[in-house]
Ligand binder design. Structure first.
Ligand code: GLN
Length: 192
């Protein structure tokens, strides 16, 4: 299994380390040539979504990525990656890949609560120690979206078919179960 990690900006290295601990081969995607059909899945890391969205476009990666996701390529977005996947942002005029049927609020916890930890009861996984950093949350989820975890009534992890997204950063803890879950999605993927 080979997973591509978008490495234009943000916390990509930690995803790489997490996957390598699981024995998964990784490739950093910085340019169009790195995004090949040899990849079994991709990760959109945390960071700054506006910067990442613009860089994806500048590098000619945006449309091929959108097409691949539409074709069933497994994708895992964390934090800014969730923002890039969302069909709607409730407090931002941008919409990026518009792939996942969720409305997302950016920086939803305000300045006071820039970053925090919380233990989440996560579907398929159980108790999970989540790290949030200037995190978004999912305000509402539409058709085909399975809610995987909530924090104080707000959705913070979800799956829609080939797409997995978390508002928090599983790559910043030593608990690899969410990355493992994504690898399981890849093994079961039905790609067109
Ligand atoms: N606040 C960032 C954004 O809106 C996301 C934060 C993160 O990825 N840690 O893009």
């Amino acid at each position: 299994m080979k997973i591509g990690i978008f490495a234009l900006q943000g916390a990509f290295l930690e995803h790489r380390q997490a996957l390598e601990k699981l024995g998964v081969e990784t490739v950093e995607i910085r340019r169009r040539a790195h995004f090949t059909d040899k990849l079994d899945g991709v990760i959109l890391p945390g960071g700054e979504s506006t910067v990442q969205g613009k860089l994806l476009k500048d590098e000619g990666l945006f449309l091929p990525l959108r097409e691949a996701i539409g074709g069933g390529m497994p994708v895992f977005g964390t934090c800014a990656g969730l923002i890039l996947l969302a069909k709607k942002l409730t407090n931002d005029e941008n919409v990026w890949l518009a792939a996942m049927n969720v409305s997302v609020r950016r920086n939803a916890y305000g300045r006071q609560l820039g970053s925090f930890r919380a233990e989440l009861d996560t579907a398929h996984i159980g108790a999970y120690p989540a790290v949030f950093i200037r995190a978004p949350y999912i305000e509402s989820a539409g058709e085909h979206v399975e809610v995987l975890a909530e924090h104080e009534g707000k959705i913070v992890a979800a799956r829609q078919e080939n797409m997995l997204a978390t508002a928090f950063h599983p790559e910043l803890t030593s608990d690899l179960r969410i990355h493992e879950y994504f690898c399981g999605m890849i093994r079961g993927a039905d790609r067109t």
